[in-house]
Design a protein around this ligand. Structure first.
Ligand SMILES: NC(=O)c1ccc[n+]([C@@H]2O[C@H](COP(=O)([O-])OP(=O)(O)OC[C@H]3O[C@@H](n4cnc5c(N)ncnc54)[C@H](OP(=O)(O)O)[C@@H]3O)[C@@H](O)[C@H]2O)c1
Ligand SMILES: [Zn+2]
Length: 338
């Protein structure tokens, strides 16, 4: 099969399109022909060797959709030809969190890789069927961003009708997913963008208010928009450049939901403001498999949607990464194997 392989950490040119050995399956695994995979900032970071350092060489990618081409002898739920997506983590399936459907808390789990390829073998338990009305491109756009946004906003943040939410980077994969979830729950969304052309796109994606982060001070704009009250929730995946803005933007008792550091890892906070406003800060990494089931159902019912920015051939993964690193995208970038 053809796949993108990273043999050295570095720039987009390190994404090498190569002939690889076809994956094989054991009795509990399923072989999937990948029809679409999506690009995440995580793939850029692992390519550079930042954050989680994946041992070399590796095939990047954790978001995929495809069809089943063969199944192991003990596989019960899938047959050849089924259309599937995957829960993007490999939990142990045996520990207490796994047995209580909190796979995201499994200490023995590992990050899923290998989606930038024509085929992948996966344990049956990670797979989920996709509905007939869902394309492979949409399927591949869902898992990492929607599970994370759902877990933080709905499960941890208790997002409610009428809440006001600040979602950073309305054009990011995570941002478009979070906006869709907020609108589905009846919340008001304020988002940020780094370019004027993204304002219309953010409004079309459902944002009620859009702040150009390069022209406005975020917390000041939030206070103007909310008449000095502040927002109920902030979804912060930017990190160092935005933490202070996030704390200033929250109302008394508001929650800051954190899942990324695109702009840097080290932030300092005004501790007095933090406790005197009775704020709370919650971290999140993905979420349980059950959240993916919930989200896919809402997609099937037309209650959630993804924004697709562009499609690239798998062999052009370097161009796709370059587009993401220059923030020239709005929504998900999809890679298509042949
Ligand atoms: N914890 C988890 O489980 C989890 C899951 C998914 C994603 N994440 C994290 O969430 C982040 C977003 O991921 P993604 O794949 O959606 O990324 P993405 O599509 O590449 O979007 C990142 C966007 O952030 C904006 N940005 C960059 N610097 C900024 C700054 N200083 N201030 C405000 N906005 C800034 C840029 O948009 P503009 O230029 O338009 O502002 C950029 O396009 C990443 O850090 C990723 O690792 C974590
Ligand atoms: Zn486990």
């Amino acid at each position: 099969m053809k796949a993108i392989v990273v043999r050295e950490y570095g720039g987009p040119e390190k994404l090498s399109y190569e002939e690889e050995t076809d994956p094989t399956i054991n009795e509990s695994q399923v072989l999937v022909r990948i029809r679409a995979c999506s690009v995440n900032r995580r793939d850029v970071l692992t390519r550079i060797g930042q954050g989680l350092k994946i041992p070399l060489p590796f095939i990047p990618g954790g978001d995929l959709a495809g069809e089943v081409v063969s199944v192991g002898t003990s596989v019960e739920k899938f047959r050849v030809g089924d259309r599937v997506i995957a829960y993007p983590r490999l939990p142990c399936g045996k520990c207490k969190p796994c047995l209580s459907k909190q796979e995201d808390l499994c200490a023995h789990s590992s990050i899923m890789l290998g989606a930038y390829a024509e085929m992948i073998s996966l344990p049956e338990v990670t797979l989920l069927p996709i509905p007939p009305n869902m394309s492979y491109d949409i399927g591949a756009s869902i898992p990492i961003d929607f599970i994370t946004a759902w877990n933080l906003l709905v499960t941890i943040g208790k997002l409610d009708i009428g809440d006001t939410v600040l979602v950073y980077a309305g054009g990011s994969g995570l941002g478009t997913s979070a906006i869709s979830i907020c609108k589905q729950r009846g919340a008001e969304v304020i988002t940020t963008v780094g370019e004027e052309w993204k304002i219309d796109r953010a409004q079309a994606a459902g944002a009620d208010h859009v702040i150009n982060r390069k022209k406005e001070k975020i917390a000041e704009s939030i206070m103007r928009i909310t008449s000095g009250k502040g927002v109920d929730l902030v979804l912060d995946h930017v990190g160092a450049p935005t933490w202070q803005e996030s704390l200033h933007s929250l109302r008394e008792g508001g929650k800051m939901l954190v899942c990324g550091t695109t702009g840097g890892n080290q932030a300092s906070i005004d501790i007095r403001q933090f406790y005197s406003k009775k704020l709370s800060i919650h971290g999140g990494l993905l979420g349980p498999r059950e959240d993916l089931v919930t989200v896919v159902k809402l997609f099937e019912e037309g209650k959630l949607s993804s924004v697709i920015d562009s499609l690239f051939k798998l062999e052009d993964a370097a161009q796709a990464h370059s587009k993401m690193e220059h923030s020239e995208h709005f929504g998900k970038i999809i890679l298509k194997p042949r």
